[in-house]
Design a protein around this ligand. Structure first.
Ligand SMILES: Cc1ncc(COP(=O)(O)O)c(C=O)c1O
Length: 387
């Protein structure tokens, strides 16, 4: 979609990366440290550069009230993507079964396939109010399921974990004592007030807060997303020691270690002030409000506001095309590039839903809303479309 956006000079709300600059203090630390001679130009331990493992443990304690031992329970990976891949390979055997939730981030299915797994999807219904399909999930799980992969806050719906969900997941963990539970928390701290008019973050809920799940689950995070430098390829895996040992045994033979100089910079950045992990909250909340307000007030698009992350799902009224065709037409004819939802599913079509990324400059969002309102004008009779 990005290539198509460029070809048609469309506004690119498709690509999932943030078009927001990282904190200048992070960049200052990078220029001060990376150019200096020192050990940080060599391999780190495969488990990670110890000061960064400590910061990841400190983040968990500060924002979730849950302590991990940095040495035996935190592994620094090459982005969340490698952490997920290493966990999937480590905890499954070829021919086994993995259950995951769709629409799904696009690395899951290839990872399952490379691990030789049968993947069974469970779909989140795309309608408000959001509800996680626990009943369906429970019906799909069996003693043959080796791994359950969840994602909260969820890409692309923005669905977040709630306290009540922990009880459901605990029941699953108890019913299937051999099941490995892996939770992709790439957007871990980006959890927003359910009313999008409120520019407020809410305390995130994580599986790690359940004492039972803390000992059973593997949590995967993205430091690149947290500090707005996804190209630095830093992520982490937090898991109890036995699971960590298994995951490290795989991780060691994929990248060996994550880039040491960048681990050192992020460790220094967070150690000066852990609240820097929330650096993007304010700009993202302002953009969520601005974008949703414009979409609701000036277009006839159906809109699903997110509780977390930085994507919003929209669907044109009376859509008849497939979502891929629709996304291409939107790029060519309206000048706004979006991601169709079809590719987030292993088989189904995305039913006309499109994902827009609002981690963009405000002026770009404003122009996108102008174009969308011309293409999908709000009927005069329905000006009050409060969600
Ligand atoms: C749900 C989800 N998981 C994982 C990732 C990958 O994170 P990383 O860049 O740290 O590999 C992304 C990136 O968009 C994502 O949306």
């Amino acid at each position: 979609m990005t290539a198509l956006a460029q070809a048609h000079r469309a506004l690119n709300l498709a690509q999932g990366l943030m078009w927001l600059e990282p904190d200048p203090r992070l960049l200052e630390l990078a220029s001060a440290q990376v150019g200096q001679p020192g050990n940080h130009h060599q391999y780190s331990f495969p488990a990670g550069y110890p000061p960064l493992q400590e910061q990841v443990a400190a983040l968990s304690e500060r924002f979730f009230g849950v302590r991990y031992d940095p040495t035996s329970e935190i592994t620094i990976t090459v982005g969340a993507t490698e952490g997920l891949f290493a966990a999937i390979l480590a905890l499954t055997t070829p021919g086994g079964e993995a259950v995951f939730v769709e629409p799904a981030y696009d690395s899951y299915l290839p990872a399952f396939r490379m691990a030789g797994l049968q993947a069974r999807p469970v779909s989140i219904p795309l309608k408000l109010p959001w509800a996680f399909p626990w009943d369906h999930l429970e019906a799909v799980l069996s003693s043959a399921t080796q791994l359950l992969l969840l994602n909260f806050p969820h890409n692309p719906t923005g669905l977040c974990l709630r306290q009540a969900d922990l009880v459901r997941l605990e029941a699953i963990a108890e019913r299937f004592p051999e099941l490995f539970i892996v939770v992709d928390e790439a957007y871990e701290l980006m959890t927003w007030h359910p009313d999008w008019r409120q520019e407020e973050a809410v305390r995130p809920v994580s599986v790690r807060q359940s004492p039972l799940l803390r000992e059973r689950a593997v949590v995967v995070g993205s430091l690149g997303k947290m500090v707005g430098a996804t190209g630095w390829r830093l992520g982490y895996v937090a898991a109890p020691p036995a699971l960590t040992a298994a995951i490290r045994a795989v991780h060691q033979f994929i990248p060996f270690c994550a880039p040491t100089p960048l681990q050192a910079v992020v460790a220094a950045y967070l150690s000066q002030d852990l609240e820097r992990a929330l650096y993007f909250h304010r700009p993202l909340l302002a953009r969520r409000r601005f974008f949703l307000e414009r979409l609701v007030q000036s277009t006839s698009l159906e809109v699903l506001p997110p509780e977390g992350g930085y994507f919003v799902l929209v669907r044109p009224p009376g859509v008849t095309q497939g979502d891929v065709e629709l996304a291409e037409a939107l790029t060519r004819e309206v000048g706004v590039a979006a991601i169709p939802l079809g590719p987030f599913y292993s088989s189904e079509e995305g039913e006309g839903w499109l994902r827009l990324c609002f981690a963009r400059p405000i002026e770009l969002l404003e122009e996108a809303c102008e174009r969308l309102s011309r293409a999908f004008p709000l009927a005069a009779a329905s000006t009050d479309r409060r969600l």
